[in-house]
Design a protein. Structure first.
Length: 198
């Protein structure tokens, strides 16, 4: 192997060991690796964003006049971020913050409602109980069909001691075992993923 091939590998090994040295305690090697990592990350992000702005402003703004108004609005909103450093104009900073936070929450909720809520309910309702020729899959589908409503009921009826009486007593026991199995498998998967990175 040539030196140019080995050098990045040894640099990566050094920084990996320097980061993991924090497990032993705070030390200068960890601080050095942390500062280099933060500096490289910020430098890369700044260069990437400047490159993106150059492509947007030079190539697109000059060709489409209708976009100029939108770019001026975005420029004004971007400049209002700096109003937070002036007590007199601090209220203008809140407008920009409200627009960014509102837009982000709106886009995130739209995705969350469909991908993590409605789509999962629809997929749960469409699971066939019995799969011909595959008894293991049939058993798995039956377990999912039983365990999912039990866990939901366990969380819905959490107050007033209502889950310790009647049929909720047995549903709560199934739900607790299901939750423990889910958390245990998630933790095991996380640990194995971390070990695979070493």
């Amino acid at each position: 192997m040539s030196l140019m091939t080995l050098l990045p590998i040894w640099v990566a090994v050094f920084f990996t060991l320097a980061i993991y040295s924090f497990l032993y305690g705070e030390n200068p090697w960890f601080r050095f690796a942390e500062h280099v990592y933060a500096g490289v990350s910020v430098g890369y992000a700044v260069a990437f964003n400047l490159d993106y702005l150059r492509d947007q402003w030079v190539n697109r703004w000059s060709t489409t006049g209708g976009m100029a108004v939108l770019y001026l609005f975005a420029l004004a909103m971007g400049l209002l971020w700096y109003a937070r450093f002036n007590k007199k104009y601090f209220f203008l900073y809140r407008w920009t913050l409200a627009i960014v936070v509102g837009t982000g929450i709106g886009m995130a909720l739209r995705t969350v409602v469909f991908t993590q809520f409605l789509d999962q309910i629809i997929a749960q309702a469409r699971i066939p109980l019995f799969v011909s020729g595959d008894p293991l899959q049939s058993f798995s589908n039956i377990l999912i069909t039983i365990m999912t409503p039990c866990v939901l009921l366990y969380f819905w009826f959490t107050g007033g001691g209502s889950r310790d009486t009647g049929p909720m007593k047995y549903i709560a026991k199934i739900a607790r075992y299901t939750i423990m199995a889910g958390f245990g498998s998630a933790y095991g998967y996380t640990v194995l993923t971390r070990f695979s990175l070493l």
